[in-house]
Design a protein. Structure first.
Length: 167
């Protein structure tokens, strides 16, 4: 498996990947097929990440296909909170529990201090036990629960707030 920084050239692969992910029943990502952006918009997102010294988008490639992605981005340029970044990650269904998420997460956490990031926070569906366990093993701690934060079908689903302080 290859973990590398995403480039503009990855836009169409990312859009195709996100369409598959969004169509997955019971996916633990607040994304519907209607929310998936166009290739042009995805290129603009990738450009924004590339232009920012405090943002990183990684892709995981295996057997010639995109099998995971991770984004880490500082939440604000304000000095008081410039050290805080938000992380989001997904892994293709048939590649889960095979170390993809672990490798993506390790690469992002290794990079973060070079960008002045000291605190990484994330939000994870309360029902996503595998992801929660991965984040706990990586040193993330629970900070709270956002009740009914995600609307899915007829249900309102909780998610958890987790964070990790980087030394």
């Amino acid at each position: 498996m290859d973990i590398r920084e995403a480039t503009r050239a990855d836009a169409s692969s990312l859009v195709a990947y996100l369409k598959v992910l969004a169509a997955e029943p019971g996916i633990c990502i607040p994304l519907t097929p209607e929310d998936v952006v166009t290739v042009e918009h995805e290129r603009a997102i990738l450009e924004d990440f590339s232009d920012s010294p405090r943002a990183l988008m990684l892709v995981a490639l295996a057997e010639g296909q995109l099998v995971g992605e991770l984004s880490l981005k500082a939440i604000s340029p304000r000095r008081a909170i410039a050290h805080v970044a938000t992380l989001g990650m997904s892994v293709k269904a048939d590649w889960r529990r095979k170390g993809v998420g672990k490798e993506l997460l390790a690469a992002a956490l290794d990079w973060a201090p070079s960008a002045g990031i000291k605190r990484v926070e994330l939000y994870v569906y309360a029902r996503n036990a595998a992801a929660i366990a991965l984040y706990e093993r990586a040193g993330f701690t629970h900070e709270g629960r956002r009740r009914g934060f995600i609307h899915e079908g007829d249900a309102y689903i909780d998610d958890l707030v987790m964070s990790r302080w980087l030394d």
